[in-house]
Design a protein around this ligand. Structure first.
Ligand SMILES: C[S@@+](CC[C@H](N)C(=O)[O-])C[C@H]1O[C@@H](n2cnc3c(N)ncnc32)[C@H](O)[C@@H]1O
Length: 312
């Protein structure tokens, strides 16, 4: 809530008295004072004299855009916070009950609220999740890779880093139209805009075919098994005959004690993380075979697959 009201920013700008903070943030002074005193008791902010506030290290964290993006109740942070009200229904039924809280399923909710979708994209992008690691391969080198498709690649930060690191590679960003529309600045800033094509489309529709590498980063864990297989099948069709599908995030090694419970995925979208054995089964259904799976030095677990058979 204090992130939403930008209290740390106001204090950093020199507004420190509770009445002035309340006026600057459009809040009730008495209620805000109680909240800030509560936070002080938990170690966030200091109150050096009665009714006057100062930043300490934890409060300074609220000035960081990634933290603020995730906590802003007026943006996607609010969806993450309030969606927990649907946990019980999700556990009772085995299906997400996000629509009971927000009136629509998650992706429809984003489509209906462009500001919210923009805030989600920002949280997924460099402002929220930082600069992605462009090392996505676990077998072979980049010599044979001429073209990469990032499927559900958000606003393009991973693709931008890959193209920046590999000047001979070309890339295609596939994501929903409003999201790819936000990618131009990221590609321009990385100096790779002339090697990128964007495709504003659903990944449940046929994907741009004939590339060497199809990336799926933090995608499959957003979906139940049936949809995850459908996305993988689109990847297999497009990658045939010799392309690779690389899955980043959402799959864990079998020996790791099980995939993360990913409860937020459960309440937002009905998705889940999977063990490698579970993923192999989905890949097989989609016409893919796991060729390699490895934990990279960054700690990221990467799974590479190749198409196995022609689909009917
Ligand atoms: C969790 S984000 C991951 C984004 C990016 N790959 C990353 O790792 O930062 C999921 C992405 O899937 C996209 N998405 C959701 N439904 C989609 C659909 N039907 N077709 C294409 N993209 C979709 C969202 O817009 C979002 O960018």
């Amino acid at each position: 809530m204090v992130a939403t009201l930008r209290i740390a920013d106001h204090v950093a700008a020199g507004t420190t008295r509770i009445d002035d903070l309340a006026a600057a943030s459009g809040a009730d002074a008495g209620s805000l004072h109680r909240v800030l005193r509560h936070l002080v008791s938990k170690g966030v902010f200091e109150e050096p004299s009665s009714g006057r506030f100062a930043l300490n290290e934890p409060a300074r964290g609220l000035l960081d855009s990634p933290v603020r993006l995730g906590l802003d109740l007026d943006g996607f942070g609010g969806r993450m916070a309030y969606a927990w009200a649907s946990l019980l229904a999700a556990v009772r039924t085995g299906a997400p009950a996000y629509d009971e809280v927000f009136g629509r399923p998650f992706w429809e909710d984003l489509r209906a609220h462009p500001d919210l979708a923009a805030s989600f994209d920002a949280l997924m992008g460099p402002a929220g999740h930082g600069t992605p690691d462009p090392e996505v391969l676990v077998t072979g080198g980049w010599e044979s890779v001429r073209a990469v498709v990032d499927v559900g690649g958000g606003t393009g930060s991973l693709l931008a880093e890959i193209l920046r690191a590999r000047p001979t590679v070309r890339g295609t960003l596939v994501d929903l139209p409003p999201t790819v529309a936000r990618s131009a600045e990221i590609f321009r800033a990385a100096g790779v805009a002339d090697r990128v094509t964007t495709a504003g489309q659903s990944f449940f529709d046929p994907l741009p075919a004939g590339s060497d590498l199809y990336l799926l980063k933090s995608i499959l864990s957003d979906w139940p098994d049936r949809e995850a297989v459908a996305i993988l099948r689109r990847g297999a069709e497009a990658a045939r005959p010799a392309g690779r599908i690389v899955v980043l995030n959402g799959v864990s090694p079998d020996e790791s004690g099980g995939p993360s419970p990913a409860l937020l995925m459960m309440v937002l979208v009905g998705g889940r993380e999977r063990s490698l054995a579970e993923f192999r089964e989905l890949a097989r259904e989609a016409g893919l075979e796991v060729q390699a799976a490895e934990r990279q030095p960054s700690g990221r677990f990467v799974v590479e697959c190749r198409p196995t058979r022609v689909l009917q």
